[in-house]
Design a protein around this ligand. Structure first.
Ligand code: 2HG
Ligand code: ZN
Length: 485
C-alpha cells in the first residue's frame, strides 16, 4: 500500500465519541449507519479499488436524502469531525477513501432517478445512482447517458461528476463541464446550493457548478445531478486495427475524423504491452487479429442509419487497408462482435491490475507527444533490466487511452511494488509532463496520489486560487482532508 505516513492527522479534528454516534442515530435509521470498532470490518469502504490506499474509519453514514446529508455536514462542521464523501469507490487516485479516521459519507442510498424530460433530454438523479442504472433507464427512454466507463457497473453518477471523468466517448459527447446542466450540492456547513432545475443556457454571472465538477468532494458533497442525455444511436459499429507506429495512429485519426466525421464516436488506442497483458487476462477469448502489432486502435461509429453507417465504415476499412496505411483491421459482424471488440479495450485496466499491482499515470499531452512519455519511461525501465523477455517480466508497461482527447493512461504493471521501480518512475514522469506542458491528470483527478504535485502543471497563482476557494467553502477543512488541496 501507498505510504500514508507522509501526512499527519490534523489534531484539530475531533475524535468520534459516543455523543456523536447518538446524534447520528437520532437523525438516521439503522440501515443508514455502519459502525465497527475494528476498521477491518469496513474494509470495502476504507480501501480503494486498486488496494493501494486504506484508511481507518470506524463509521460509515449512508443517508438516503439531501436533508440528512445536510444535517450530517452541519453537525460535523460544528464539531470539526472530518468527512470523506464516497460514491462507488472506483476512483484511481486515492480520493474516495479516508486517510485516517474520517467519517465516510456514502451516497449509495441516494439512488433515485428524479426525472427525465424526453423533449430536452434533461435527466435528473440522485448522486448515488449507479451509472449502469442511469444507462439502463435512459436506454428504455431512447436516450443514453453521455458518458461511459469501464467501471460503469459500480461507479456513481455523483462520483463521476465529482471526478470529472472523461470516459470512452468524450470525443463525441464532450466533457461533463458541458453536459452537466445543474447540481445540488451540500456545503460543508450544511447549506444546500441547488440549481438542479437548470436550463441549458444561463449566463447570469459565475457558473458556480463548474467548481464542484472535478473538485473531488473537497468543497461540497454532490447529492443531485441534472445532465443532458443524448438520443440513443440506432446503429453502432466498430473496427479494430493493428498498426506499426504511433505516427500511423495519428494519420488514422485524421482520416477517421475526415471520412467518418459525424458518426465517429470513439477512437481508442492500446499498445503492445496493454494487449499482451489483456490476452493473458482474458485467456480464452480469441484475439480478433492474426498478427502482432505495436499499436491497436478501436474506432466506434454511432449514428441513426445502420445501412449508411455500415457502408461508410466498411468503405473506410477497405480504403485504409488498400492504401497500405495499415496492414490489418477487422469490422464487427454483429452486436456480439462489436461487444467483443470493445472487451479488448475495456479490460485493459483490470488486466493490468491483475498482474500484481500497478503504478498508474493518467496524462494529457499534445497528440504528437502523446506516446512519447511511454517510450521515455520504458527506456528507463529497460536500461535497469526490468523489462525482460521472461513470460512474466518484473515490469510490464501498458500505454493506452483516448486519442481523441489527447489522453494517455500509462500503467506500469508490476509483480510487486519496489522502491527501485518507484524511483525510476517518479519524479521522472511528472518532470517529463512538465517539460511538454502537459497535465499530470487528464481525467482521473488528483486525490491523495498526486497531492503536492499540482505545480508540475499549475502555476503558483492557480494553486493559490484553489486554496482560497477551498478555504472559502470549507473554513474548517473538514471535507476530504489530506488530499490535493
Ligand atoms: C479507462 O480509460 C479509464 O479505461 C480507466 O479511464 C483507466 O484504469 C485506468 O487506467
Ligand atoms: Zn480513461
Amino acid at each position: 500500500a501507498e505510504e500514508y505516513p507522509k501526512v499527519k492527522r490534523t489534531v484539530d479534528f475531533k475524535i468520534l465519541d459516543s455523543s456523536d454516534l447518538s446524534y447520528f442515530h437520532s437523525i438516521l435509521s439503522d440501515d443508514e449507519i455502519l459502525e465497527s470498532k475494528n476498521p477491518e470490518d469496513l474494509v470495502s469502504f476504507n480501501q480503494d479499488w486498486m488496494k493501494k490506499y486504506r484508511g481507518q474509519s470506524n463509521l460509515i453514514l449512508l443517508p438516503s436524502s439531501t436533508e440528512k446529508v445536510s444535517k450530517i455536514m452541519k453537525y460535523c462542521n460544528e464539531k470539526k469531525l472530518a468527512v470523506v464523501p464516497q460514491g462507488g469507490n472506483t476512483d484511481l487516485v486515492g480520493a474516495s477513501v479516508p486517510v485516517f479516521d474520517e467519517i465516510i459519507l456514502s451516497l449509495r442510498n441516494m439512488n433515485k432517478i428524479r426525472g427525465f424530460d424526453p423533449v430536452s433530454g434533461a435527466f435528473k438523479c440522485d448522486a448515488g445512482v449507479v451509472m449502469r442504472d442511469a444507462h439502463q433507464f435512459l436506454h428504455e427512454h431512447d436516450h443514453i447517458f453521455p458518458l461511459d466507463l469501464p467501471s460503469r457497473n459500480n461507479c456513481h453518477v455523483g462520483g463521476v461528476v465529482s471526478t470529472n471523468a472523461g470516459g470512452l466517448n468524450l470525443l463525441r459527447y464532450g466533457s461533463l463541464h458541458g453536459n452537466v446542466l445543474g447540481l445540488e450540492v451540500v456545503l460543508p456547513n450544511g447549506e444546500v446550493i441547488s440549481n438542479i432545475n437548470a436550463l441549458r443556457k444561463d449566463n447570469t454571472g459565475y457558473d458556480l457548478k463548474q467548481l464542484f465538477i472535478g473538485a473531488e468532494g473537497t468543497i461540497g458533497v454532490i447529492t443531485g445531478v441534472s445532465i443532458l442525455a443524448a438520443a440513443k444511436p440506432k446503429a453502432l459499429n466498430a473496427v479494430f486495427f493493428g498498426l506499426d507506429c504511433f505516427d500511423t495512429v495519428q494519420k488514422l485519426f485524421v482520416k477517421a475524423k475526415g471520412e467518418l466525421s459525424e458518426i465517429l464516436s470513439a477512437f481508442e488506442f492500446m499498445d503492445r504491452g496493454s494487449i499482451e497483458c489483456t490476452i493473458e487476462y482474458l485467456k480464452d477469448l480469441p484475439f480478433p487479429l492474426k498478427n502482432e502489432h505495436n499499436f491497436y486502435v478501436l474506432i466506434e461509429t454511432s449514428g441513426s442509419n445502420k445501412k449508411h453507417d455500415d457502408e461508410k465504415l466498411s468503405g473506410f476499412l477497405a480504403d485504409t487497408l488498400g492504401s497500405k496505411l495499415i496492414s490489418e483491421g477487422v469490422m464487427a459482424k454483429d452486436k456480439a462482435d462489436y461487444d467483443r471488440l470493445w472487451t479488448w479495450r475495456k479490460s485493459v485496466p483490470t488486466a493490468c491490475n491483475s498482474y500484481g499491482g500497478m503504478y498508474k499515470y493518467d496524462m494529457s499531452l499534445q497528440l504528437k507527444d502523446l506516446y512519447s512519455v511511454s517510450e521515455a519511461v520504458t527506456a528507463r525501465l529497460n536500461a535497469a533490466g526490468l523489462i525482460g523477455d521472461a513470460p512474466k517480466p518484473i515490469v510490464k508497461s501498458c500505454g493506452y487511452g483516448h486519442v481523441g482527447d489527447g489522453n494517455i493512461h500509462l500503467n506500469i504493471a508490476v509483480r510487486e511494488f519496489t522502491k527501485q521501480i518507484e524511483n525510476l518512475l517518479e519524479p521522472f514522469v511528472y518532470e517529463y509532463i512538465q517539460s511538454k506542458n502537459g497535465s499530470i491528470s487528464a481525467e482521473h483527478g488528483v486525490g491523495f496520489h498526486k497531492k503536492g504535485k499540482l505545480h508540475y502543471c499549475r502555476s503558483d497563482i492557480e494553486i493559490r486560487f484553489m486554496k482560497d476557494i477551498k478555504h472559502h467553502y470549507d473554513p474548517n477543512g473538514i471535507l476530504n482532508p489530506y488530499k490535493y488541496v
